[in-house]
Write a protein that binds this ligand. Structure first.
Ligand SMILES: C[S@@+](CC[C@H](N)C(=O)[O-])C[C@H]1O[C@@H](n2cnc3c(N)ncnc32)[C@H](O)[C@@H]1O
Length: 263
């Protein structure tokens, strides 16, 4: 029997061919995170660790702008292989669970993760394991899903009297609290709506990109329950699905109290 992590890696790993064509929100999140990172104070040749690279939306946005030495990782081997195919051998690719980082402590000026950490089983423990990898003045920059994500979908489940299989996501204060002491954290928020003609499009979209592993312990709906949810969603007249994006920048510093954003 597969573990939850193996299921996540297997689903994303099998979605490589369709991922880029069906990930508009992921593309926007990577672009927005990249804009924030470009304004951080970083060394001329930063040492960068990327977690959950997928097909490389964020890598493609930032590698040319930042340069430096990169380790690009994902829990799904085929994702790192696709990233290598698209981006080339200028960076080092590894298969790694970002919750159990197997790289040298103190060696990174920047740790990046765009829409990957919402798949972690224990975010505070993972961030506590990642923080020691930062060099002094190193920064963690991540984009993740916030509490308002899929709000319409959750309401449709409530109306149908069933539990949603989507995980609970943190609000901005909870994300800030998830970082360990010793890091100074800023969190920004953005709300996006993915337009949908039909709620089934939402499920198909998640399936296309491999983001359809249910939360641990969630029971799959029966066909009848799913129909009720879809009916409740359509009856509410929603034109799309909400994504509540959180962007966190966390600075490891012994002598300043604010992340070093230059604007
Ligand atoms: C929604 S995709 C985002 C990919 C890419 N960063 C982007 O912006 O398109 C999530 C990625 O995180 C990876 N992932 C999920 N759990 C992970 C973990 N524990 N450690 C490392 N990568 C993980 C998945 O395999 C997948 O490639």
């Amino acid at each position: 029997m597969k573990t939850h992590k193996e299921r996540i890696a297997g689903r994303f790993g099998s979605a490589v061919a369709d991922y880029d064509a069906h990930s508009p929100i992921q593309r926007v999140a990577a672009r927005r995170l990249a804009e924030r990172v470009k304004h951080l104070a970083l060394p001329a040749h930063p040492r960068v660790l990327e977690i959950g690279c997928g097909t490389g939306h964020l890598t493609r946005e930032l590698l040319p702008a930042l340069g430096g030495t990169w380790i690009v990782s994902d829990i799904a081997m085929t994702m790192t292989a696709e990233c290598r195919r698209l981006i080339g051998p200028a960076v080092h690719y590894i298969v790694m669970d970002g919750e159990r980082p197997a790289v040298a402590a103190g060696g990174f000026d920047l740790i990046l993760a765009s829409l990957a950490t919402q798949w972690f089983l224990d975010l505070p423990a993972a961030l506590a394991a990642l923080a020691p990898l930062l060099a002094p003045d190193g920064q963690i920059a991540l984009a993740t899903l916030g509490a308002g994500t899929f709000a319409e979908w959750r309401v449709a489940h409530e109306k149908a009297g069933v539990n949603a299989a989507t995980p609970a996501y943190p609000d901005a204060p909870a994300l800030r609290r998830a970082f360990p002491a010793g890091l100074t954290v800023e969190v920004a928020e953005e709300d996006l709506i993915e337009p949908l003609d039909d709620p089934l499009e939402f499920l198909r979209g998640l399936r296309f990109i491999g983001a359809d592993t249910p939360a641990p312990g969630a029971r799959p709906l029966t066909v009848g329950q799913l129909r009720q949810v879809l009916r409740a969603f359509s009856a509410a007249g929603h034109a799309g699905m909400s994504y509540h994006l959180l962007y966190a920048i966390a600075l490891r510093s012994s002598n300043t109290s604010q992340p070093r954003m230059t604007r």
